[in-house]
Write a protein that binds this ligand. Structure first.
Ligand SMILES: [Zn+2]
Length: 313
């Protein structure tokens, strides 16, 4: 199973890189007057119903919460998809995919504060960061919590700054590094890890995190099967009992309650013309039909994610 079963790690992902490893052309002047800053916050693994159980009042000031569906069941493909501009979908019946994409993409005009943006504008690269930076004049930033998204991965294209955070679970530390320019709009993607297993708050000591039977040591690589770019073999292990899984779900709910306070700070620091989208890259299973976690799971709960967006002022 994805996020557990890891043996002691033998490889180590190198220290965070701040500058993009890819050459970037000069940034043009902003393409339109009065463009928005745009921030996507991905609450990694946060399932729709745990988000709703937490009732995060501050976050919910952004707009109505929708239950949407992620295109993928784990972190890497889901973030790639998000950065193509395909945010979690509504699963509409009797609609061609092409029509859905077209309508969904029109929403980016409001998010960016631009006009006449359509999916075809992204051809041929089909990736938002270089388009935002090189065509619209955004400053582009990524701060990620999960090593599977580290700056050496192919996801890091078109970013002025791409950073793997020192801790996997500290959104507040991201806020300390956010800057907004008077001269250029800013794009940020924040991959937030508090909501990811083991659903730990930044000040919770590691020796108090839930431990998984059959696995010794603490999880240093907190995502999925990939450690240092190598597939890690799994060990057979006992599965959590349901009582433990219920506790884990409560822990995820608790992280959303905590993050509501961090969003209060985020909303304080963003300039007036900032559009914010909050969603998840996938859900999480807490014992339904014998599943825990995410990744190699075919179950509706691994696709159900919260989605809300708007301007805070
Ligand atoms: Zn994830």
């Amino acid at each position: 199973m994805g996020i557990f079963g890891q043996k002691k790690e033998s490889a180590h992902i190198s220290a965070p890189i701040i500058k993009s490893t890819f050459a970037l052309p000069p940034r043009p002047a902003p393409a339109f007057p009065n463009m928005n800053n745009y921030i996507i916050v991905i609450l990694d693994s946060c399932r729709y119903d745990t988000f709703m159980a937490a009732m995060p009042k501050t976050i919910m000031n952004l707009g109505d919460v929708e239950c949407r569906y992620s295109y993928a069941s784990w972190t890497a493909p889901s973030h790639y998809n998000l950065l193509m501009g395909l945010l979690p979908h509504t699963s509409p019946a009797n609609v061609y995919a092409s029509e859905y994409y077209k309508k969904d993409f029109i929403r980016f005009n409001e998010r960016f504060g631009v006009k006449e943006f359509e999916f075809k504008n992204l051809v041929p690269q089909l990736y938002l960061p270089p388009f935002l930076r090189n065509k619209l004049g955004f400053k582009t930033h990524a701060m990620v919590s999960l090593p599977v998204l580290n700056p050496k991965t192919p996801i890091n294209v078109g970013f002025d700054m791409f950073k793997l955070m020192d801790k996997h679970n500290d959104m507040a530390a991201m806020l300390d590094e956010m800057e907004f320019s008077q001269d250029y709009p800013s794009f940020y993607i924040l991959n937030v890890g508090e909501t990811h297993y083991p659903y730990a708050l930044p000040d919770e000591p590691e020796n108090e995190w839930p431990r998984i039977s059959g696995v010794h040591g603490v999880f240093k690589h907190l995502d999925d099967h990939i450690v240092g770019g190598k597939l890690v073999e799994e060990e057979s292990e006992k599965f959590f009992n349901q009582e433990k899984l219920d506790q884990l779900k409560e822990r995820q709910i608790n992280t959303v309650k905590y993050l509501d306070g961090v969003f209060e700070k985020l909303f304080d620091i963003v300039p007036k013309n900032t559009f914010i989208t909050v969603t998840s890259d996938h859900g999480e299973l807490f014992g339904e039909e014998g599943y825990f976690g995410h990744g190699p799971i075919m179950h509706s709960k691994v696709f159900e994610v919260p989605f809300l967006e708007g301007k805070i002022r």
